[in-house]
Design a protein around this ligand. Structure first.
Ligand SMILES: Cc1ncc(COP(=O)(O)O)c(C=O)c1O
Length: 381
């Protein structure tokens, strides 16, 4: 397994891997550490079978608005340079992010989305003796990567009596040898928030030697606080950024890991390299189009709250998340409702087995949510 450096092999052995495990890890490295079967579109396949072209897709937490005008133009203008690697396009995103996030340049590493750094962090910090800790229900991607390499995942239930925030006390206590503690804020699939003070408490009280990863994929949408200030303060924190959500670039691909350079270096051992220059150009243009976040946050919140009014009017119970997704308790096996909605050409999220009667719905366009509402009432009648 020459692909693994000696230093990395030592580190892996310290985390409880044996030489037998090296093959799987090498497989992940050669796959660019983006396991094809553990990211949102792949997971969404679990609840989606060949949607017809006129279907309403509320299944993968995508942004139906797509890239903003400036990003579309920048990506289109970049196509003619598609024969070049143009590393400078990624450098520009790194520069803009470091300015906007208030961290030094070498604290930002650019990726084609955030799935890769999420998986890489699992590879870099967990192992048979270093568990991965996450909330439940939660975004399954990191647990999938942990299972693939043979690391244990400890799932800590969200707090029912505290608006389904992460239970940071229980997460800190989950394992004295935790390798990586994953906080998704707001959480996927619930859309619920964990307070900044709880996250600060976790970072201050986590087991020594563990790293806290804060996945801020949906933070812009919720208008919640970012935690890059903790990175700037050199804490054991990795913040994940993606352009897939508020910026509507899930298919164009851009993202970043923001962390201390020594932590990024550990992730970097698993990096594959080149960035798509169309995605990079669109990311820079999105960051420069300052109106985008506020405008989109307002639009998504408006459609979401309107949907909540509908649910209340018809006495459906739901978890009032602050993201572009939320969960409805359909009070029967959710798979039945998912299938019945598909027959109406409405595609909603996959099931989370720990909440077997809850259905995740992504906030779509206003007109799409009207179609959802009609179909949902029909299916639930
Ligand atoms: C919480 C969370 N993190 C990370 C991702 C990864 O997305 P991407 O690789 O498109 O950035 C997703 C995708 O839905 C997500 O929901």
């Amino acid at each position: 397994m020459n692909i693994l450096r000696d230093e990395l092999k030592r580190d892996l052995m310290n985390r409880g891997f044996s030489r037998r495990n090296f093959g799987r890890i090498a497989a992940m490295i050669t796959a660019g550490a983006t396991l094809p079967f553990y990211n949102e579109p792949a997971l969404a396949q679990l609840s989606k079978v060949n949607a017809p072209p006129d279907a309403v897709l509320l299944n993968a937490n995508e942004n139906p608005l797509g890239p903003c005008k400036e990003a579309r133009e920048a990506a289109a203008a970049m196509i003619q340079h598609g024969g070049r690697y143009r590393y400078s396009e990624g450098d520009r995103v790194q520069q803009l992010l470091s300015e906007q996030e208030g961290v030094k340049l070498d604290y930002v590493r650019i990726y084609a989305g955030s799935s890769a750094p999420l998986h890489q962090a699992v590879l870099a910090f967990t192992g048979p003796k270093r568990p991965f800790v996450m909330g439940e229900p939660g975004y399954e991607s990191g647990a999938g990567a942990a299972a693939f390499i043979g690391a244990e995942t400890i799932k800590v239930p969200l707090m029912k009596n505290n608006a389904y925030a992460h239970d940071v006390k229980a997460m800190a206590a989950a394992s004295p040898t935790a390798g990586l503690i994953y906080i998704c804020n707001p959480n996927n699939p619930t859309g619920t928030l964990t307070s900044a003070s709880d996250i600060e408490w976790l970072v201050a009280n986590k087991p020594a030697g563990s790293v806290v990863m804060i996945d801020e994929a949906y933070t812009h949408i919720a208008g919640a606080r970012f935690h890059t200030d903790m990175v700037a303060a050199d804490k054991d924190v990795i913040v994940l950024r993606t352009f897939s959500k508020i910026y509507g670039m899930a298919g164009l691909r851009a993202g970043a890991a923001i962390a201390r350079p020594d932590l990024l270096r550990k992730l970097g051992g698993f990096s594959a390299g080149m960035m798509p220059i169309t995605g990079m150009a669109a990311a820079s243009a999105s960051l420069e189009a300052k109106y985008v976040i506020a405008e989109r946050r307002k639009y998504i919140a408006g459609v979401r709250e309107e949907t909540y009014s509908f649910l209340e009017k018809h006495n459906f119970s739901y978890v009032p998340g602050k993201s572009n997704c939320f969960m409805i308790d359909v009070k029967r096996p959710v798979r039945e409702v998912i299938s019945a909605l598909q027959a109406e050409k409405i595609y909603v999220g996959r099931p989370w087995p720990v909440w077997p009667t809850h259905m995740r719905v992504t906030v779509g366009l206003a007109e799409e949510m009207k179609r959802f509402q009609d179909a949902f009432r029909k299916v639930m009648a």
